[in-house]
Design a protein around this ligand. Structure first.
Ligand SMILES: C[S@@+](CC[C@H](N)C(=O)[O-])C[C@H]1O[C@@H](n2cnc3c(N)ncnc32)[C@H](O)[C@@H]1O
Length: 227
């Protein structure tokens, strides 16, 4: 039996979990991000940094300049929804994807009311770059916000992420990439990148608190149940 009875038409793969309306997929998850979101509601303080907010506004305007009324728009790395809430004002169907269950939950709480107001259908996807569960040639626009540089991907993973974005784009579609303005030291607060190892598989989600465990911990919390 399907986990989700009716998926949006361009979502070609059934999720492995569906929790609180967010679809989760298998993938190469770096649990460090989820650990950051569970430790701090806004790990990078973007909403308190004028430069970052200006960049997000600028990037959203660039996306809109490419296509002011896209049928299908994907935001990869949507985080807590700071850019998502701008994109929902002009996209008909918006796919907001991130590897962090906590970030996606915050993004959904931030954006659902606005989406209703603007008549935008948002689908929240717990998935990794390079593993998009979307149909070939289905998107008018893709934006990658903080971004290929900041995800700690290997060159091969970066290549796969871009090949996959190209696969899902319609001919003539556009991609807008942006990354954060902070330097590495500010951004990662001195944490060692080498201490992070990716964990394979879908996020381990507790259905009540909706969080993933960091990759460095071995303990698993109970798996979420499908609604
Ligand atoms: C630096 S954060 C973005 C911060 C954000 N713009 C904000 O408002 O706080 C990067 C985002 O990309 C997500 N991410 C990291 N690796 C990813 C991957 N491989 N695929 C998709 N998203 C990823 C993280 O979970 C995080 O939400």
């Amino acid at each position: 039996m399907s986990l989700v009875a009716e998926l949006p038409s361009i979502v070609r793969v059934q999720p492995t979990q569906c929790i609180d309306g967010i679809l989760f997929y298998e993938g190469e998850y770096n649990g460090w991000f989820e650990a950051e979101y569970t430790a701090n509601p806004e790990p990078w303080d973007y909403s308190k940094r004028a430069g970052e907010m200006f960049r997000i506004r600028f990037a959203a305007e660039k996306v809109r300049a490419c296509n002011a009324a896209p049928e299908n728009l994907l935001e990869l790395g949507c985080s807590r929804g700071l850019m998502t809430e701008r994109l929902l004002t002009f996209a008909r169907n918006l796919y907001a994807a991130d590897i962090s269950a906590t970030a996606l939950k915050t993004c959904k709480a931030r954006c659902d009311a606005g989406a209703k107001e603007y008549g935008c259908q948002i689908t929240y996807l717990g998935t990794t770059a390079g593993n998009l569960p979307l149909t070939d040639s289905s998107l008018d626009l893709v934006t990658i916000c903080d971004g290929l540089y900041g995800w700690w991907l290997s060159d091969e993973q970066k290549r796969r992420a871009l090949v996959d974005v190209h696969r899902v784009l319609k001919q003539g579609g556009h991609v807008v990439l942006s990354d954060c303005l902070m330097n590495g030291e500010q951004r990662w607060r001195g944490r060692e990148r080498d201490s992070v190892s990716p964990r394979h598989g879908p996020p381990i989600v507790d259905s009540s608190i909706c969080r993933c465990l960091p990759s460095t911990k071995k303990k698993r919390c109970s798996e979420g149940t499908a609604p």
